[in-house]
Design a protein around this ligand. Structure first.
Ligand code: 5BU
Length: 264
């Protein structure tokens, strides 16, 4: 079997190189897991990456959460992630006008230099995508934007009409890698997949083997169900990093996600 057999229509329809890279890595490692590495020190981040790296296909960061962040160690952290064949995904949720989003890709964290993927809200209009893409281009790099079409948190304001508008605008945009969907509700994912079609990715946070309510309004759905419903990547944080054995937990999420892709 090759990656194209595993991913079928998604593989053939994909246009962004980053989408094929992700699908290849996922195929090689038999995992559709993106780790949400929500840790607050560089040492914890390194430990988590070493433990979990073999079982994941992408690494999601919140660079501004890290108490002892510094450029040198962050550089090494990203290098290590690359050695482990991971896409680096900064969940920055850009939302400003295009030119400011472009500048926010730089600054002290210099996201444009090390990220392969970033998130953006389309609340300010489609130019946010162009802003982010211009930043990568100026840094002589390429990357993809995941637009927030849905969210996993309770009471969020991304209603159906908003989701539809985002998908319509993002679906044919070459700089859009895909959409964030609500991993806690399989029906929402199915609905989103219908709107999105086959070409773009749907990545879903709000996934935990223990389904139900999480902390502070987070909601969780089952990893296997999320992929069966049309998610291409399950974003898992505490389900992995808060478990007693993060490596075993990550392997379990990987198995569930891969089994679902094979059945899909
Ligand atoms: P958790 O520990 O698995 O609940 O972490 C979820 C991660 O996904 C966390 O880093 C959030 O910032 C991120 N997230 C989310 O939970 N829900 C959303 O709708 C979006 C991102 Br967008």
């Amino acid at each position: 079997m090759e990656a194209s057999d595993a991913w079928k229509m998604r593989w053939h329809a994909a246009t962004l190189p980053a989408a094929k890279s992700y699908m290849e890595v996922a195929f090689e490692k038999k995992t559709l897991v993106c780790l949400a590495a929500d840790k607050y020190t560089m040492a914890e981040l390194f430990d988590l990456l070493e433990a979990v790296g073999p079982h994941i296909a992408a690494l999601k960061t919140h660079v501004d959460l890290v108490d002892d962040w510094n450029k040198e160690e962050w550089g090494r952290f990203c290098e290590r992630a690359k050695e482990m064949n991971l896409l680096i995904f900064e969940d920055r949720k850009f939302a400003d006008i295009g030119k400011i989003s472009q500048k926010q890709m730089g600054g002290i964290y210099n996201i444009q230099q090390w990220s392969d993927l970033v998130t953006a809200h389309m609340i300010s209009g489609p130019d946010v995508v162009d802003g982010v893409q211009t930043a990568w281009a100026k840094a002589s790099r390429t990357g993809g934007v995941l637009l927030l079409a849905q969210m996993s948190s309770r009471g969020n304001l991304l209603d159906e009409a908003y989701t539809e508008t985002v998908v319509k605008a993002g679906k044919n945009h070459p700089g859009v890698f895909g959409f964030i969907g609500n991993g806690s509700l399989p029906d929402s994912i199915r609905h989103l997949r219908k709107m999105v079609g086959e070409e773009k990715m749907i990545w879903t946070p709000g996934v935990n083997i223990a389904t139900g309510d999480g902390e502070m309004g987070q909601r969780y759905g089952d990893p296997y169900e999320a992929v069966l419903s049309g998610s291409d990547c399950i974003i898992v944080g505490s389900g992995i990093h808060n478990s007693e054995n993060p490596a075993d937990a990550a392997a379990a999420y990987a198995r569930a996600s891969w089994k679902a892709l094979m059945e899909r």
